[in-house]
Design a protein around this ligand. Structure first.
Ligand code: HSE
Length: 434
């Protein structure tokens, strides 16, 4: 049988990792696919003599030309970024190539067009590596949980952010110092604001929600907040109350629509998710038949991401073998079946809250605050007054779940009290129960 021929576009952390994995595990992969995989082309802006590639692999910077070549069956797009990745992937699809990608930004922002084109040309765009690095969460949702209605999912889906929060909390390290290490380790995005401002997690949540709920990719509707405003003070107070602060991506189906949100979140310290540390990712999925299931592993780095990329290559090789009779392949997202469920605005979303206020030490301040909360229909779950800091008393309040528009109303009123100083800190809180 003739080999399946591969072009790898991009030889950075992920591309280099995939190349190495395909070479090192060639025998194992051959056993699983029953077919040789031959790398015929690599696309790279600069030649890479350091990789000592065999002369049979052609190197070129002309990516559009590579994807038009007849000796390419599968294109592995691991260069990242939106342009020229979009144009190159479209060209590959139009030339009938199967595509494997790790490009979450491209899929979250242009996936609807790309999957439509893939449908039209009867090819697959496989994207396991785009979400949660080495954790096969896309295959879990699409295959393992295929019998279930998914109610919600919550995940730590940015390794860099989790690495930073963990190092800050456990070792008291400075934010910038940890971020630099994450960049050196190949975890961080080319633009690290994508990691720390929650954009990378929002890209991944967009993709997860599409797979979970059968909705189009709607990155622009994800409420997105990063970790840059989390202070050591809030981490300490949350821990005193029995919570950890984690950066979560949450997609939840309710009777009113779908919540898509990414933000720092207090979660009970005994939850497994609260103990996911370092660069590790984890996704908790609540599905109606199986109940909650949790998936854990490395969310970034060369080996884990390459593991997911090569798994997609293996799947595609199996499909190519299966469909060699010309019956066509099954697309990753069935576009004719997409649902138009309403995506909730942040005002309509419901969560618990951690509030921290700095109050003057005066009779009646706490009463004023709790009166505002009760008038707005907000129930207090816990309240803690901390020792005086610079003439002000920090007050921490945990609330039961409340729709965000009500919380905004209450915060505006509390903020206007003359005895309250500085901006009120608000962090969302999730109990992660059913
Ligand atoms: N920058 C990403 C992260 C890489 O830290 O999770 C993996 O997608």
């Amino acid at each position: 049988m003739k080999p399946v021929r591969l072009a790898i576009l991009g030889l950075g952390t992920v591309g280099g990792g995939a190349l190495k994995l395909l070479q090192e595990n060639a025998a194992e992969i051959r056993r699983r696919t029953g077919r040789e995989i031959e790398i015929t082309h690599v696309g790279t802006r600069r030649p890479r003599p350091d990789l000592n590639l065999p002369a049979s692999i052609k190197q070129s910077a002309d990516l559009l030309d590579i994807v038009r070549q007849p000796d390419v069956d599968v294109v592995v797009e691991v260069m990242g970024g939106i342009h020229p990745a979009y144009e190159v992937m479209m060209e590959a699809i139009k030339h009938g190539k199967q595509v494997v990608t790790a490009n979450k930004a491209l899929l979250a922002e242009h996936g609807n067009e790309l999957f439509k084109a893939a449908d039209d040309h009867h090819v697959q765009v496989a994207f396991e590596a785009a979400v949660a690095g080495g954790i096969p969460i896309i295959k879990v949702i699409r295959e393992g949980l295929a019998a279930n209605k998914i109610e919600w999912l919550a995940g730590i889906i940015n390794g860099t952010g989790n690495f930073i929060l963990t190092e800050m909390s456990e070792k008291g390290r400075a934010f910038a110092d940890v971020l630099k290490e994450a960049q050196e380790l190949g975890y961080a995005e080319a633009d690290p604001t994508f990691d720390v401002e929650g954009i990378d997690a929002a890209h991944k949540l967009t993709i997860l929600a599409s797979c979970a709920f059968g909705i189009p990719l709607q990155f622009d509707k994800v409420y997105t907040e990063g970790i840059t405003k989390i202070t050591a003070q809030d981490v300490k107070y949350a821990e005193e109350l029995g919570y950890k602060i984690k950066h979560l991506g949450i997609a939840r189906r309710s009777s009113k629509g779908i919540e898509l949100r990414v933000h720092p979140t207090l979660i009970p310290e005994e939850e497994l998710l609260a103990n996911v540390n370092g660069v590790k990712n984890a996704v908790l999925v609540q599905a109606n038949a199986v109940g909650p299931t949790l998936y854990y592993g490395a969310g970034a780095g060369a080996g884990p991401t390459a593991s997911a990329v090569v798994a997609d290559v293996v799947d595609i090789v199996r499909d190519i073998i299966y469909t060699e009779d010309g019956s066509g392949t099954i697309p990753q997202l069935a576009f004719e079946a997409l649902s138009d469920l309403h995506i909730l605005s942040s005002d309509e979303m419901t969560t618990g809250y951690y509030l921290r206020l700095n109050a003057e030490d005066q009779t009646g301040v706490l009463a004023d605050v709790t009166t505002i909360l009760s008038r707005t229909g907000i129930s207090i779950d816990a309240i803690m007054q901390q020792p005086r800091l610079k003439d002000l008393i920090p007050i921490v309040i945990l609330t039961d779940p409340i729709v965000e528009s009500k919380m905004n109303e209450a915060i505006a009123q509390i903020q206007a009290l003359p005895a309250i100083h500085g901006e009120i800190v608000r962090i969302r809180l999730e109990l992660l129960d059913n």
